[in-house]
Design a protein around this ligand. Structure first.
Ligand SMILES: [Zn+2]
Length: 465
């Protein structure tokens, strides 16, 4: 009998990994990096399976919390296929190289201290070489293209509307007659995002794994969020300070650029200097032009008609600062600028420098546009911390903080419930990829609204498929 073991993103949102075993094959669904509290230890821990037994890897989308341990898998000897959509194929190249760069830099820093303390040097989790080998193993599938990937498993992707190239994963297990269907929601997008399609509804499955990132709440409407964003920019302009937007390189960054350009075109963008201060986000943003056909037709039509090669065609005040020197030239600017930089949860990257320079000023406006995981500096800021430790020193938080949940790349509670309700008859339902309290609240909603018993699997739990 086939089974599935939950090996990550259980009671949390990072480190996604699910192992599926049939009589004739073993498949790893996602191989995500752990982020936030206790992440280093979790990333370094040995895999819960033997790498040699894996026949194929399937990826839902490019975000590192779903893909960031692939080079470690490859470092440990994996040489089989890694399935993904075409846009994920392109994005993952940028993201994994960046991840390796950070791993190598962090280890180098750590080893400098270890040498002084006469301790043996550490090895990075993986290097650029491991990333290169990983990228050789990529196999691409279009949405809806059903393909056998092992002797008894077929794979089909559906658009998840979460980031460019993101997919809902449908696996058909043919080890029995009739076959059974397993659907993994991946990260499910919210609706009405201009640069993405809405998530596709599926009707048939025997087992469904559903993400629950925002299982506890509903977002403000998208149009209200766009207005709230505009008001925050106006408030920052009145105050005379800078606007900081920590953003993931893929998804939120491009959506923010889209709206800034739209405001500009409507003659209501108060700021004239916009910095995209992230080499990874700059590369990812350029990549969007290859996939204009994937955008949501109605909302993004003017964009697609106006822009051909560069975001500056859409947003003339934009400056992409790729080098460290260009980035440092932003530091003396006291007000009137919008600075978009990673990392999205303020766990590192160039945003940390801008936080250090601006967070202590009461005319700074910090706009949070994405999910902030527990234990990250971004979450501390959302929760109203008065001080934040940056580069070993405490900085007082005087900036205004706006949290715009409506820009989230994730479906909210009602959208999750609705997406699941399209399955007829009701499959077995497991809630994954959500903090414990959030998936408990979502479980209760399934009970109340549909009299449906959604299960909360435990870490390492195995279920029969
Ligand atoms: Zn994601």
């Amino acid at each position: 009998m086939a089974n599935l073991q939950f090996l990550g993103a259980i009671g949390e949102v990072t480190g996604s990994a699910y192992l599926i075993r049939t009589d004739r094959s073993t498949l790893l669904l996602e191989c995500g990096l752990h982020q936030g509290r206790g992440a280093d230890q979790a990333n370094e821990a040995p895999f819960e399976f033997s790498v040699a037994e894996i026949d194929a890897v399937v990826l839902s989308h490019a975000h590192l919390d779903h893909s960031g341990l692939l080079p470690k898998l490859v470092k440990e000897g994996y040489r089989g296929p890694i399935y993904m959509t075409r846009a994920t194929h392109d994005l993952i190249e940028i993201m994994l190289h960046d991840a390796a760069f950070i791993q190598m830099k962090d280890t180098e820093w750590e080893n400098k201290h270890r040498r002084r303390a006469d301790k043996a040097p550490l090895e990075p989790l993986y290097t650029d070489k491991d990333v290169e080998t990983t990228l050789q193993l990529r196999q691409t599938l279009d949405y809806q293209q059903r393909t056998p990937i092992t002797p008894d498993i077929q794979l089909q992707y559906h658009d998840a509307g979460h980031i460019l190239g993101s997919a809902i994963v449908e696996l058909t297990l043919e080890d029995t007659d009739p076959p059974r269907r397993l659907v993994f929601s991946g990260d499910l997008g919210s609706t009405h995002h201009p640069l993405l399609q809405d998530p596709e509804f599926l009707q048939q499955a025997d087992t469904v794994l559903l993400e629950s990132t925002y299982g506890d709440r509903n977002h403000r409407s998208y149009s209200d969020t766009v207005e709230e964003f505009h008001q925050a920019l106006q408030a920052a302009n009145h105050a005379g300070g800078n606007v900081l937007i920590p953003a993931f390189a893929v998804g939120r960054t491009q959506e923010i650029l889209f709206w800034l350009g739209k405001f500009y075109r409507q003659g209501r963008l108060p700021q004239q200097q916009i910095f995209l201060d992230s080499p990874m986000a700059i590369s990812a943003s350029e990549l969007y032009f290859r996939y204009l056909h994937l955008f949501n037709d109605d909302d993004a039509q003017t964009f697609v008609e106006t822009v051909k090669h560069r975001w500056e065609e859409w947003l003339p005040g934009l400056r992409c600062t790729r080098t460290v020197e260009e980035s440092m030239q932003i530091n003396p600017i006291q007000g009137g600028a919008i600075i978009i930089a990673g990392s999205g949860m303020c766990t590192g990257g160039r945003i940390s420098h801008h936080l250090k320079n601006n967070l202590w000023k009461n005319n700074t406006h910090l706009i949070i546009v994405g999910f902030q995981a527990a234990g990250t500096p971004g979450r501390a800021l959302v929760d109203g911390t008065e001080r934040l430790k940056l580069f070993g020193h405490e900085v007082q938080v005087k900036a205004h903080i706006h949290t715009l949940g409506g820009f989230s790349a994730h479906a909210d509670q009602q959208q999750l419930l609705e997406w699941a309700s399209h399955f007829k008859p009701r499959p077995k339902l497991y809630l994954v990829h959500g903090e414990q309290d959030k998936r408990e609240i979502l479980q209760e909603q399934f009970r109340q609204q549909y009299d449906w018993n959604a299960r909360l699997p435990a870490y390492k739990e195995k279920i029969e498929l």
